[in-house]
Design a protein around this ligand. Sequence first.
Ligand SMILES: CCCCCCCCCCCCCC(=O)CC(=O)SCCNC(=O)CCNC(=O)[C@H](O)C(C)(C)COP(=O)(O)OP(=O)(O)OC[C@H]1O[C@@H](n2cnc3c(N)ncnc32)[C@H](O)[C@@H]1OP(=O)(O)O
Ligand SMILES: NC(=O)C1=CN([C@@H]2O[C@H](COP(=O)(O)OP(=O)(O)OC[C@H]3O[C@@H](n4cnc5c(N)ncnc54)[C@H](O)[C@@H]3O)[C@@H](O)[C@H]2O)C=CC1
Length: 622
Amino acid sequence: MELDVFVKVVDVLTQNLQVSAGKLQIKSVLKRSSQSPELNVRKSVGDLTRRTSVCPAGRHVTAAEALQLGIIDEVTDHNAVDAAVRLAQSVAGKPLDARRISTYPCPRPPDSDVVFEKVMQEVRRDARGAIAPVTCVQAVRAAVALPYAKGMEREKELFATLFTSGQARALQYYFFAQRAVGRWSTPSGARWDTSKPRPVRKAAVIGLGTMGRGITVSLAQAGLSVVAVETQEKQLLAAKQAVTGMLERGAKRRGAPLVLDQIKYGRSVQAAADVDLVIEAVFEDMALKKSIFQQLSRLCKPGTLLCTNTSGLDIDELASQTQSPELVVGMHFFAPAHVMKLLEVVHGPRSSPEAVATAMQLGKKMGKVSVAVGNCRCFVGNRMLRPYVMQAYFLLEEGATPEQVDQVLEDFGFPMGVFKMSDLSGLDVAWRMRKAEGLVLPASAGESARIREGSRYSPLGDLICEQGRFGQKTGRGWYQYDKPGGRVAKPDPWLHGFLEEYQTRHGLAARRIDHQEVLERCLYALINEGFQILQDGIAAGPEDIDVIYVLGYGWPRHRGGPMFFAGQVGLDKVLQRLEHYHQVHPDVPALKPCSLLRRLAASGNPPISRWREILQKPRSQL
Ligand SMILES: CCCCCCCCCCCCCC(=O)CC(=O)SCCNC(=O)CCNC(=O)[C@H](O)C(C)(C)COP(=O)(O)OP(=O)(O)OC[C@H]1O[C@@H](n2cnc3c(N)ncnc32)[C@H](O)[C@@H]1OP(=O)(O)O
Ligand SMILES: NC(=O)C1=CN([C@@H]2O[C@H](COP(=O)(O)OP(=O)(O)OC[C@H]3O[C@@H](n4cnc5c(N)ncnc54)[C@H](O)[C@@H]3O)[C@@H](O)[C@H]2O)C=CC1
């Protein structure tokens, strides 16, 4: 049973005493506790200023912390019901009035308005558009300002507003979507309930750059022995230091033992000979990956699963380099890999059900939500990211700045706009992809610099990589950072000058672009690709795409995910806006509405739960 579900908080007889089974977690808020978060605030309004405050953040607290906070009366490792009865008996017949919240005096500090304004600002900033945390503060404020009964009344009204909001529907949808992706199946017949995963005790990670480090940390934290391989001495040293830091911070945060000893570092893939599973995370270069898969296939013990963290290369082509293509799957993690909860498990046409099930299960063990996806260029998440990123580049060409585009996306609710996110991942990754696709032309390309195969193309990403600006890792990208590896993005005057010079060189007139256009062009291009992915059968359903976006890229959960969001906006409206933008930019195929979107819009904007039916209906041959 899930730990945080297993916990029992028994509201005993009087409904005033609570007992919690030990060591586990409970999700606050508990209304009937003797010291609810509301009461904490009544006692000390300032408590709420903590960013980690239980109430607006919906933070999970351990049973021990709940005891300390006074939310519960007792923690037990034994039968919670027995303990509850014992506790009830110990107070039976004694007056319990002193425990009733309604009887507590509620001092109102003179500066409470100032404090609440400050709290509200902080909560609003962290909530990134989610209304529940903000409403929480309003309820607490009412509890402080009004008599008890009136405060409760106000809370009821506020709750009713939340309950009937679009955000509540999005959150409920998302809750079930995340559960639904656990019941995965693949066209080749692999299924969550019939395909048996293999045990994996020892794993290897090949390549300890941005991704390999975080993957190593997640594997070790999941209790596996890890062989971590990096050929570059300097990278290896930096990786050891980074992995150690992540593990130390993680152990401190989770109150868990430090697992440094579980990792052995090596300079050659030979070190992976006796592992059960390998995750390759070297540069995004097909030739390099192929040679590594050939080596691994020769040296690993029979039955070893060979996985790749590629961002979008053909899994089947890699599988064809090995003696056992059925043991090859994609395990695509997201940056920062020890933090982001998503794992795309990419099944090639030859991946065995057992291999898919093993990768899915291992992802879960690593604390990720595994989503099974089909094999195509860039899979699901990154395939949708391409038109999103390309629109962002076009917007720069037309007069926007990275800061403006990012601000719009962050106001929408992303933790990072597209340019900050790209700087985090490393701009060289997509540059390598584009080079391999023949999209990168020499600087002397002239007229053709902005056209590829008759369609509009922006070389901006290529040009800044040519300057050695790979993002956070080099300390310069779309932003500047105080040092290589720095994380605080600052606007870069060099970049602004570069954009102006680029516009002049290509005869582009910068214009003022409003927020709505930025948002619509970026998001609707991404969503349009999502419909194409559904139509191509690469994702099993819209829920899979939504979970990928919420957990892989920080799409705001209270907006349900891109496909749910499209439904909430109205498919006819999304269609109409895409048609508009495609008319304005006819040389951008990504803005041409996908036929599935047209069909769904023509069916009258059906609820997302009915999309699969329409998807499966044979199309008219007329
Ligand atoms: C033709 C067109 C070309 C376009 C091509 C496009 C194709 C696509 C190719 C793209 C390249 C490949 C990318 C890929 O395959 C898939 C990806 O991974 S895309 C990236 C997805 N990730 C995101 O979108 C991240 C979004 N951001 C967030 O979720 C949060 O901001 C973040 C979790 C990073 C931080 O949240 P915050 O609350 O601020 O965190 P904390 O401060 O609490 O720290 C938590 C943890 O995270 C570490 N961290 C924080 N900030 C950063 C950072 N900037 N860089 C790295 N790590 C960071 C922090 O240190 C903490 O970890 P500890 O170990 O505990 O210290
Ligand atoms: N950066 C990102 O956000 C994401 C990247 N990926 C994918 O993960 C892979 C790695 O990407 P990054 O970590 O960003 O790259 P990176 O450039 O940060 O790291 C790659 C590492 O591999 C090492 N390496 C190269 N050849 C090697 C070999 N033969 N043996 C051992 N190590 C070798 C390099 O020295 C380097 O340290 C790529 O396929 C990329 O597409 C996947 C998800 C997200």
